[in-house]
Design a protein around this ligand. Structure first.
Ligand code: ZN
Ligand code: ZN
Length: 350
């Protein structure tokens, strides 16, 4: 049986009028409420002003947390910094601001790490270059906007504009590989971001539809957290610490909500006496298994140290574990990438 947990579905990486987004934070929060999100993490470019202006808190049923998306002077190394109280000086090498975030007691997520946009020159990529840093805490394994832009060509742009959610197919293989590799050394949380701005403009020349209104983006990539207690409505600061803690500790998973509500997904490991959940560690003794509960029957792939080692179809699935290492699962529905768990570590008894 999975442990009793509270589940919250969140939207991460959103821009408002404090930088290049199209709506105010209260307006964006209202949209998130309408779409039944539980939390919303804002990250305007190189500013913490909305937090300093007191805009964090509960907006009806949505908890709004405010961080900042930092970038360096070449507009690379975009970094989502959360749980910080003071603006971070980003006019320094990226390695410095990544550590500044940690020194403040905050945590950070590498945004769209392997971005490459080769088809349309007007939209250059903003990749991450600083893989040797020890100071980052998470990686955006799936970025909705980045994937949409990357797949864009002069030939398919109209189709992609008309079918923005169907254009989102899968996280990048190289990003998943880096994430697995990093996790073999230390815990690095995997999260999903929407990178919502309200719409993209000038994208299609004369064809001026609004693509990716917040309402559309918010029905794509979600990051789901699991907590042992309910988020308190009367204390937003405590509630935010719980959300940040769950992300930082990788008690979370990522879904593409267009393919279905992933809230009921669970993934855990058990031996005869103990249990570990995503972000946790289990000792390999006697028999150990990992269990998956899918919201509906779906294809489940077990990934061990970065390689697929098992594949089963169903809603309740069990895989026997015989080797220490890091395990995660990927769920596909009708052949399409749907849910990505964080890792569980299995280690030998000392
Ligand atoms: Zn960015
Ligand atoms: Zn962004």
């Amino acid at each position: 049986m999975p442990a009793k947990r509270f589940h919250y579905s969140g939207i991460i990486h959103v821009h408002s009028t404090y930088s290049d987004g199209q709506k105010s934070i209260p307006e964006i929060a209202a949209i998130a409420n309408e779409l039944k999100a539980d939390f919303l993490l804002m990250s305007d470019h190189n500013t913490l002003q909305p937090k300093l202006d007191g805009l964090e808190g509960w907006y009806d049923n949505v908890l709004v947390g405010i961080g900042s998306e930092l970038n360096d002077k070449d507009d690379k190394n975009h970094y989502l910094a959360f749980n910080i109280d003071r603006p971070v000086n980003h006019r320094v090498p990226a390695a410095d601001y990544v550590c500044q975030v940690r020194n403040q007691g905050g945590f950070g997520i590498i945004a769209h790490p392997d971005e490459s946009r080769t088809h349309i020159e007007a939209y250059p990529p903003y990749p991450w270059t600083l893989w040797n840093s020890d100071c980052y805490d998470g990686i955006e394994i799936w970025n909705q906007m980045s994937e949409w832009m990357e797949g864009l060509t002069h030939f398919n742009k109209f189709w992609r504009a008309m079918h923005p959610r169907r254009s989102i197919v899968s996280p990048k293989k190289e990003t998943l590989a880096r994430w697995d590799e990093g996790n073999m050394k230390r815990k690095i949380a995997g999260v999903g971001g929407v990178d919502a701005h309200g719409h993209i403009h000038r994208m299609l020349g004369m064809f001026s539809v609004r693509i990716f209104r917040y309402k559309v983006s918010f029905r794509t990539i979600r990051t789901h957290i699991l907590t042992s207690q309910k988020l308190p409505k009367e204390d937003y600061k405590k509630a935010l610490q719980m959300v940040f803690g769950a992300i930082r500790e990788a008690h979370c998973f990522v879904s593409h909500s267009y393919l279905g509500n992933a809230s009921a997904f669970r993934f855990w490991a058990e031996n005869d006496s103990d249990r570990a959940e995503m972000g946790g560690t289990l000792v390999l003794k006697n028999e150990a298994n990992v269990f998956v509960e899918n919201p509906v029957k779906a294809e489940t792939r077990l990934i061990f140290n970065g390689h697929e080692v098992g594949r089963k179809e169903g809603d309740g699935i069990k895989f026997r574990i015989t080797e220490p290492g890091i395990y995660r699962v990927e769920i596909r529905k009708n052949g399409k990438a749907w849910i990505f768990s964080n890792h569980i570590r299995i280690k030998n008894a000392d």
